[in-house]
Design a protein around this ligand. Sequence first.
Ligand code: PLP
Length: 379
Amino acid sequence: MKFATKALHAGIEPDPSTGAIMTPIFQTSTYVQDGPGIHKGYEYARTHNPTRDALENNIAALENAKFGRCFASGMSATETVIKTLRPGDEVISTGDLYGGSFRLFTQIFEAFGIKFTFVDMRDPQKVEEIINEETKLIWVETPTNPLLNIIDIEKISAIAHKHGAKVAVDNTFASPYLQNPLNQGADIVMHSVTKYIAGHSDVIMGFLGTNDPEIDNAFGFIQNSSGAVPGPQDCFLVLRGIKTLHLRMQRHCENGEVIANYLRNHPNVEKVYWPGFEDHPNHDIAKKQMNGFGGMISFMQKEDTIEQAESTLSKFKLFSLAESLGGVESLVGHPSGMTHASIPKEKRIVGGLTDSLIRLSVGIEDVDDLIADLKQAIE
Ligand code: PLP
């Protein structure tokens, strides 16, 4: 099945008891058993829920994963991956990454004896130089948040596997429509479902997919033991959102391209970060591993001061100033003061995340209206 058909049908059967075409919201914590241990496959809702099962199977199909599991948030999905490690294990992570992932790694898991090293993975050789016997996991985010760097999943996976390490890819910025990391050799794909997959800014959720039954068993054990599971109502909303994921992504990409080019040609704009530009440092890799370049764009104005950024941010009318991304409506954010505030400034600016950087999550509105809003804000 192709993507659009999978989005609508994969993992979803009409409800056997009523024929309801939409997966019902099974709002129950437990299931009646005919005798001790004699049940219909469901015992307790932390372990299994039919609405969640349908969603897990659906997203797994979109990621070409044999197994999929949903979590209460993107962060609880990420946490589940790290919880499979043990004290003394080492993780090599992308340097430019979501601030919350950096905070989880350094402020929670380092205290449990797991070591994290952050490198610029645009050059895979840098991973080859530091990978060692203790390295058990490579954490890749591509495109990165917020600088839209592109990392070669295939090359990083080959290096990791040569050294016996696994690769997990945070695929949030691309969505399964634009990129399927397992096809490129990664072992685990992670999503903040909150973003493009749910797509309507009304749910917090995470996802992990893999083709490896051992990895999936470990995720299932942690999912059930730690209990960070999403509720059935949220699973229903995401199932509903996914039915238009392909259409939304097409419009995000179209609008993103128009806006990236508009910004690039504007005299008040110094630099635009968007992987669709032919001179983007890893454009060729983006072309190889993605089906489009998405609607996430960051830019720096000619006057590179925090005051200039704040003044511009205060002028937007259609783009809403808010954390998050990937919803149908356009958002604007200030990474250094918002999503990435937990990364120390000296670390941020090395990679280019300056105080004046502005990040756009381009929505699916009419692009002429979005351009008009941008124009009045940056002029
Ligand atoms: N990964 C990326 C790239 C993100 O942008 C975010 C949230 O902004 C997360 C992970 C965390 O996901 P959640 O907010 O659903 O916990």
